[in-house]
Design a protein around this ligand. Sequence first.
Ligand code: PMP
Length: 353
Amino acid sequence: MPRFRGILDELPAYRPGKAVVAPDGRSFKLSSNESPYDPLPPVVEAVAAAAREIHRYPDPACTRLTEALAERYGVPQEHVALGAGSVTVAQQLLETVGEPGAEVVYAWRSFEAYPLLADLAGVTSVRVPLAEETHDLEAMAAAVTPRTRLVFVCNPNNPTGTVNRTDELVAFLDTVPQDVLVVLDEAYHEYVRDAGVPDGLRLYADRPNVAVLRTFSKAYGLAGLRVGYLIGHPPVAEAVRKTMVPFAVNALAQAAAVASLAAEEQLLERVEAVVKERTRVRDGLLAQGWAVPPTEANFVWLRLGERTMAFAERCAADGVAVRPFAGEGARVSIGSPEANDALLSAAEDFRNG
Ligand code: PMP
């Protein structure tokens, strides 16, 4: 029997969203915050063209994509580091700080992968409870100790969709010691419409210990290809590059991401449609009597407590897959209008039933 690290017995499970199918064949996957749209033709064409070269290794430096991102955001290329999904970049960041006794501070509940990645990297998780479904930045600042090496601030927060605004975030960043890396996880940034929510790229610029994490999986619709990136000062970006498994970002993913930036206008129109649907879904749920926190992401959060699993089952009966967190609540992605209608109808039925 091979001997594994003891931590493997205790790792928290990452439960990916699964599709469900109703008896009548309907299936709406609202459990993984994906884009509901098919890929754009130029993106599919770029992938097909890249497929003709798959007997070659990909460009390990992701040169074209790095250039495209640097140009898009007006940052130096040395500030950009790519990874196979932003979750992998988060893992690499934890590995860069992972030494005995190191602590990572994050809000809870937040992105499910943080505790898993922290355990894997041998970094102790310090979870700070949300206050009114939102990061409690004062409590998070108080949780920072001399052992803290990393802080994740998920803005908007997964799974609540709530945000922290500029003033409180700046005040927070000003109190965190300079030798602690603060990662602003902005996986859902493109869906934000609240003008009070900062663009992390403005906050990191004059703060060497702050970096921004973004992804092509959500607004850009490339979840299946796995591309994410960090924008931070050169030592941070360099640390991510050093900890990347060679060739982690494959050639199809690089080509698709470059093509997506070129087709950004169309992709952001789709984001706008999702934002409109988000308002319709939340208003519909509020009208049914649900308490739904204001959301700036492509999902809504229903705090259902003990009724969470029953709600997920009721939705599944109509082919609607949601993401339940047993005993806490359910996160429901904004999908196509048809999927959102199915969710609203199941939710209404559940309330009346
Ligand atoms: N950060 C947050 C807050 C997320 O919700 C997700 C995806 N669920 C990720 C990072 C990772 O996304 P990806 O690895 O697909 O880039």
